[in-house]
Design a protein. Structure first.
Length: 242
């Protein structure tokens, strides 16, 4: 595997997640990340949005439109359901982008994946944010997808000077260590709650450069499983960025 890309924004206050159902299953990684951050000490100021299209590759997304003024993020609701109209100096600090589950490695889609990753990274930077790429995982019954996806996302990260979050490698590491813990939904593609939680631990560690091990938020899992997945996320990211 080639050299890992490591550039990104540490400790962001806002993010947009751009992808597909891999992001929004189990109430969405943004929900779990927000809850995780609420348990962190000190508590972290945070605002996020998920732009997910079922089955989408990056070529389905109009990323330029996600940064248009007075649209996404223009209002929010407080705990008492009162509306607040936001005046934001910068819409998002980072954009975390995921391609289709096979797009970077499929012969018919790989070039489009490369082209749209470059195009969207350029758009994100032009809008004052930093692009981050989310490496997807192999299907449960096709573990041979892991290494090609890892290589493809690493290459895309290097070509676009973008941080890569190695979720696919974390899934493989978890299965190797604890095969009875199912990270997939029954369809063998989408994440189970444990899979979404593992992804969230990786995102937390990568974006905020903080160790997720010991965080109180368990995502609804038992404490032992949550600690195991926190550790897998921490160790996978450390090894990938080494």
């Amino acid at each position: 595997m080639t050299k890992r890309a490591t550039s990104g924004v540490a400790n962001p206050s806002s993010a947009i997640f751009i992808g597909n159902s891999f992001f929004y299953y189990n109430n969405g990684v943004t929900t779990h990340l927000t809850q995780m951050l609420l348990t962190a000490r000190p508590a972290h100021k945070w605002r996020s949005t998920l732009a997910g299209i079922s089955g989408a590759g990056l070529d389905w997304h109009d990323v330029e439109s996600y940064f248009r003024p007075n649209a996404i993020g223009s209002f929010s609701f407080d705990p008492q359901n009162n509306i607040a109209f936001n005046k934001l100096e910068r819409l998002f600090d980072v954009a975390v982008m995921m391609d289709g589950s096979q797009s970077p490695i499929h012969p018919a889609l790989a070039q489009s994946s490369r082209d749209f990753t470059r195009r969207h990274c350029e758009t994100v930077r032009r809008r004052g944010a930093s692009p981050v790429l989310f490496m997807t995982w192999a299907y449960a019954d096709k573990p041979e997808m892991t290494e090609p996806l890892a290589q493809a996302y690493t290459r895309l990260g290097e070509e676009n000077d973008a941080l890569v979050i190695p979720a696919g490698l974390a899934f493989a590491r978890s299965i190797a260590s604890r095969p009875a813990l199912d990270l997939w939904h029954a369809d063998k593609r989408h994440p189970s709650l444990a899979g979404t939680y593992l992804s969230t631990c990786l995102i937390y560690a990568a974006l905020f450069e903080q160790n997720p091990v010991g965080l109180a938020y368990d995502g609804g899992l038992d404490a032992g499983t949550a600690t195991f997945l926190q550790t897998i996320g921490r160790d996978t990211l450390a090894d990938y960025l080494r």
